[in-house]
Design a protein around this ligand. Structure first.
Ligand code: TPP
Ligand code: MG
Length: 847
């Protein structure tokens, strides 16, 4: 057994003797002092720490001695969870444990001799708590007295809790809510909330300007939990600060975002306390996190947005946008490549409104980070150009607060705070181990942890009196004051700058300015045509001029993607020109995609661009944009074999299929320049869906819309572009993008051969799927089963439109390095192939 022992000068000699005997008997003895015989020594100085050690489970039982033993027992019992008693006799030494779960034996050094004392100690150690019903009942009452005392401590007029004590109580409430929720759910991550509760407490209650009653106030400080597995931190703080719920129409609902009941139902269906932070599902969550690294990268987009918004809208004496972004992350976020990309760009852009706090606990799932992660992270961030600070103790809220103050005073670069912490803080058996990361602590350990926190051991989901009030007086008041001040400021701003104010209001509701579609180009018929990317570039330049908050850029491919906004005054977004509308993401597709998500979360209308093949590098953030329902535009060019000579590594094959599989994502592959215009017209009006545009590298004929159907059919996802004359079609040719004009050529050839064919341009499966059955049947009449689909991509999934007997002309392998013409021939993307396939279909049907 691990035995702690303590005394003052009154029992010094006895302590030394007992220690020697315990040692000889094979116990592990921890000496809490006194360490020499000195009449100035006072028992509280030694018995206090012993009591703490027993309560926290660091030692199993304690022996406390002073002159009479009275002082020692008085001090020991001050610690919640300690049951100490002054014992003189053998009977009480046993019974104290068996009946009353005594965990510290107190003796008088001047009243019992060494033999009796040793007999008492041995009896004490040999006894076990009987756990008989009556004893459990009594102990329950003792615990309830402790609990009451904890509750009333703050309420009591005579003995108000100090700020420090209340802060500690609030922090421990976050911890214990997290522990209880994980325990109840039988799944989740308790260790990091236990460690980071003081950090989250400090950011929220002492620093952030955030009004719990108005969690969508535009100038609120942002909090991002990038280590999303520690979601109980968020649910606890959203609950304790009484953040209100808001609906999808941005209406405040007047009810809490997260109730205690939600927390009790952590990770259960429909609970507002899901496994990971979910934007859109829980008000007060600024971004969905869980895939490590995404949150920190997204927060860079939020910081970019703040800089841009401040530049456009702030005026002398009108700091409409001056918010900061606080991002908490773990080792995982530091290891993921996307984090490095984002950190590098954040420093380049001098984002001094951005603060990342790294939970440096040296623990991930497989154990200590020494097995895989030994770099000097702080040095890395210094090298990027961040302001690097360190707080050596995650429990030191004053130093955390100070570091955050340094952040707010730092200009020209983002701030990185290394926070040394202990995962599972307070857990005697799990602290500093990966066991604290992702599984419930277990009932016994929960009790020990609560003991360590001075918490009633049996209480569950306890919010002690005074805690809600404490948050109301902190963030509640500060946030409300700031929000009200801002609202007054904005009222005056609206008077002085009505147009700018209207822009801000429209943007916040994801509305568009009245003239958003003015001057959208119309392309005349042209057999040579224009590349999808070129048409896209023209549209982007119009939209960016019509919609002030429409902006974006490419991952170093703007000249190829044709995404440069080159109209007068568009400018580049850089540290010293934060009003620019051209972002240069560098060759960082992962980060770019998360950053545009962050910009969209800040209500800008961003676009990001790269080659379609590298959508693979963007997919994790595209997926999150879909989950979060963000209207981000991804403009991906070089959408198929058009990348010719670059070969298979640059030729997308499976990308369309995989993006079409993402729920909620609008994927569009326009067939000609006018379809490009219509595609943008459609996606810009989306308020809650991201969109991918797959655009051609090579020129595509601009179809003659007097001869064929108008391109506005794009808004239906698929439409009849060219139809059979004089009766219903014998065969339907369905194509997207560059293959549509091939299908039109085939259609004309078939017509010359007297065969009635219909060409369906199908730029978007997703949009088409959302049309009425009637419309879909009108485009693809079920009775016409002779069908050919043509698309320069994996045929995966086309069965749904050509049916079990239809033909698919697509890619079954990777591409090859060669000029496009040769590739088209090699892989069968030629009008004659389509004609042959169509005829076969008709013969098959006839047979
Ligand atoms: C991209 C990604 N890969 C893997 C995971 C699975 N995962 C969740 S938490 C975790 C360990 C994270 O360690 P750390 O960030 O240090 O968190 P701590 O355990 O310290 O809370 C892993 C690998 C994930 N969520 N995201
Ligand atoms: Mg860690």
């Amino acid at each position: 057994m691990r035995i702690g022992i303590a005394t003052d000068h009154g029992g010094f000699a006895l302590k030394e003797e007992i220690m020697a005997k315990l040692d000889a008997a094979g116990h592990k003895v921890v000496d809490y002092g006194a360490f020499s015989l000195n009449a100035q020594d006072d028992y509280p100085d030694f018995v206090g720490p012993l009591a703490d050690a027993v309560a926290s489970g660091k030692v199993d039982r304690g022996v406390a001695i002073c002159g009479s033993g009275v002082g020692a027992s008085v001090v020991a019992c001050k610690t919640p969870g300690v049951r100490a008693a002054l014992i003189h006799d053998h009977f009480s030494a046993r019974q104290g444990v068996e009946d009353d779960h005594m965990n510290i034996l107190c003796m008088g050094g001047r009243t019992v001799g060494p033999e009796v004392a040793w007999d008492l100690v041995q009896t004490f150690l040999a006894a076990d708590y009987s756990q008989a019903d009556r004893h459990l009942r009594r102990l329950g009452k003792v615990a309830s007295l402790e609990r009451q005392r904890l509750k009333t401590q703050n309420a009591s007029e005579e003995r108000p809790m100090s700020d420090e004590q209340t802060a500690q109580l609030a922090i421990n409430t976050i911890r214990t809510l997290s522990i209880d929720a994980v325990q109840q759910a039988k799944s989740g991550h308790p260790g990091t909330p236990m460690a980071l509760a003081p950090l989250v407490y400090t950011i929220w209650n002492r620093v952030m300007n955030f009004d719990p009653e108005d969690p969508i106030w535009p100038n609120r400080d942002r909090f991002v939990l990038s280590n999303g597995h520690a979601s109980m931190l968020l649910w606890s703080i959203l609950h304790l600060t009484k953040v209100h719920a808001v609906n999808a129409e941005y209406e405040r609902l007047g009810r809490p975002s997260v109730t205690l009941d939600d927390i009790r139902r952590f990770r259960q269906l429909d609970s507002k306390a899901p496994g990971h932070p979910e934007y859109h599902w829980v008000s007060g969550v600024e971004t969905t996190t869980g895939p490590l690294g995404q949150g920190i990268a997204t927060s860079v987009g939020m910081a970019v947005a703040q800089k841009w918004l401040a530049n456009r809208y702030n005026r002398p004496s009108f700091d409409i946008f001056d918010y900061k972004i606080y991002t908490v992350c773990g080792d995982g976020c530091m290891m993921e490549g996307i984090g490095s990309e984002a950190a590098s760009l954040a420093a380049h852009l001098g984002l001094d409104n951005l603060c990342w706090i790294w939970d440096n606990n040296h623990i991930t799932i497989e154990g200590n980070t020494r097995i895989a992660f030994t770099e000097d992270v702080a040095a890395r961030f210094l090298a990027y150009g961040w302001n690097v600070l360190r707080v050596g103790d995650a429990n030191d809220i004053d130093r955390i607060e100070h570091a955050l103050a340094v952040f707010r005073q730092t200009t020209g670069r983002p701030t990185f705070i290394v926070l040394d912490s202990h995962i599972g803080y307070g857990s005697p058996h799990k602290q500093d181990t990966s066991a604290a990361h992702g599984e419930p602590l277990g009932d016994d350990e929960v009790r020990l942890v609560k003991r360590a926190y001075g918490w009633p051991e049996e209480a569950k989901f306890l919010v002690p009196d005074g805690v809600y009030e404490h948050f109301a007086a902190g963030i509640g008041k500060r946030g409300r004051d700031a929000q009200q001040k801002w609202t007054e400021l904005f009222t005056a701003y609206r008077k002085k700058y009505p147009e700018l104010a209207t822009e801000i209001e429209q943007m916040q509701k994801r509305e568009l300015p009245a003239s958003w579609n003015r001057n959208l180009p119309v392309f005349p018929a042209d057999p040579k045509g224009i590349a999808g990317r070129d048409a896209s570039g023209k549209v982007l330049n119009v939209l960016a001029q019509n919609i002030p908050w429409f902006l974006g850029g490419s991952a170093d491919l703007a000249p190829s993607n044709k995404t440069t906004l080159n109209y007068e005054g568009a400018g580049n977004f850089q540290a010293d020109t934060p009003g620019g509308k051209n972002l240069h993401f560098g060759i960082r597709e992962h980060a770019m995609s998360a950053i545009v998500n962050g910009m969209s979360l800040s209500k800008l209308r961003p676009f990001g661009a790269t080659f379609f093949i590298f959508s693979d590098y963007a997919r994790p953030a595209i997926r999150l944009a879909s989950i979060m329902e963000l209207p981000v535009v991804f403009a991906f060019t070089h959408d198929a074999m058009g990348d010719g000579e670059d070969g298979p590594t640059h030729q997308p094959v499976e990308q369309l299929a995989s993006l079409r599989a993402i729920p909620g994502l609008v994927t569009l592959r326009p067939a000609d320049a006018n379809e490009v215009v219509e595609a943008y017209r459609y996606v810009v009006q989306l308020r809650h869906q991201p969109a991918v545009l797959a655009l051609s590298r090579q020129p595509l004929p601009t179809l003659d819309r007097t001869k064929y159907a108008p391109a506005s059919g794009v808004s239906k996802g698929a439409y009849v572009l060219a139809d059979a004359q004089g009766g219903k079609p014998d065969v339907i040719l369905i194509a997207s993008g560059s293959e549509v004009s091939l299908a039109v050529e085939a259609h004309e050839k078939l017509r010359a051969d007297g065969i009635r064919s219909r060409v369906v341009s199908m730029p978007s499966w997703d949009i088409f799927e959302h049309q009425t059955q009637e419309y879909r049947d009108s485009v693809l009449p079920p009775e016409v089963t002779a069908r050919v689909a043509i698309e320069q991509a994996s045929t995966f999934g086309w069965e749904r439109y050509v049916g079990p007997t239809g033909r698919m002309i697509g890619m079954h392998t990777f591409g090859a390095s060669a000029p496009l013409k040769e590739l088209q021939k090699k892989f069968g993307f030629e009008p004659d192939e389509i004609v042959a396939a169509a005829k076969q279909q008709i013969i098959r049907r006839a047979a």
